[in-house]
Design a binder for this molecule. Structure first.
Ligand SMILES: [Zn+2]
Length: 289
């Protein structure tokens, strides 16, 4: 009997703490995934979604990224109505697209457009990992390609924030083709002498890391971002070797020469403006000669 009493009490206590949890209105506080520190979401947003205690970079939406990168009120969006079709008749694909559209308020996994960073005009693309894990479907590839073509026409530097789970399974080879298409467009941009800054955010994997995300004149990453082609487990199984703990992190890639910089989110806008400033001067000098 005594035992029963204790077990009931324990159950009661558990229920209470569950209720207590619910009393914190959802979204008011955010718990850091890395260190567990709880911060007011409002405060966290002011810190650009970086944990003040440990520096963990929370995922941000494409709209938030545009807001924290571009000058206020300076964004003009391209191709916002472009939506994916279901070319292979893949089961449930149209429904999944619809669900992600409702969940994110986006039409696809990338937003493209133009704006200014501290007064420097740029064409910008930002991928959003909430939409089909920012996998590269035909619309993602097409929007990025069109953005690059506009950067060539306008002679504006191109800045792309990538985040991706890789190819879009449901579009098969049409998804893989986007790697070649975007890379070809970037070759044209390069020929035209226009700057491309690629910023890789957590996670940038698969076909995106193996195409445009790695083709920047500058390849920059956010701290601790996971960047790689194949997943860790697949590589370990293939080569039958254990990989280092920090394998496929931004810091590992920087120390092995695959990245130019790892930049804290709170310094990103300043750093981008510095690079744009240097190149604006170089171009002005060239024109002068
Ligand atoms: Zn933290």
């Amino acid at each position: 009997m005594l035992k029963d009493l204790f077990s009931k009490r324990r159950r009661y206590a558990t229920i209470l703490s569950e209720q207590a949890k619910k009393e914190i209105p959802e979204g008011l506080m955010t718990k850091c995934k890395q260190c567990g520190t709880i911060t007011y979401t409002k405060e966290l947003k002011k810190q650009l979604m970086v944990c003040a205690a440990c520096g963990y970079h929370f995922p941000v939406t494409a709209r938030e990224r545009i807001e924290m990168t571009l000058d206020e009120g300076q964004f003009f969006e391209y191709d916002s109505d472009m939506v994916s079709k279901d070319p292979l008749g893949f089961p449930d694909y149209p429904q999944k697209l619809k669900q992600d559209m409702e969940k994110t308020g986006l039409h696809e996994a990338v937003i493209t457009g133009e704006g200014t960073i501290k007064g420097y005009p740029v064409v910008i693309g930002v991928m959003d990992a909430r939409f089909r894990m920012a996998s590269m479907g035909s619309v993602v590839g097409e929007k990025i390609t069109r953005a690059i073509e506009r950067a060539i026409q306008k002679r504006y530097p191109f800045v792309l924030f990538s985040a991706s789970g890789g190819a879009r399974m449901q579009e098969g080879v049409l998804s893989l083709m986007q790697m070649a298409k975007t890379s070809a467009a970037l070759a044209q941009l390069d020929k035209a002498g226009i700057l491309f800054i690629s910023v890789l955010t957590n996670p940038t994997t698969g076909g995106v890391s193996a195409s445009f995300a790695s083709l920047g004149d500058y390849n920059i990453a956010e701290p601790k971002a996971l960047i790689g082609f194949a997943g860790r487990r697949i590589i370990e199984q293939t080569i039958r070797q254990e990989l280092p703990d920090d394998f496929q992190t931004a810091e590992f890639l920087l120390s092995h020469g695959q990245l130019d910089m790892v930049v804290h989110r709170q310094e990103m806008r300043d750093r981008l403006a510095d690079i744009l400033d240097i190149h604006a001067h170089v171009h002005a000098e060239r024109r002068g000669k």
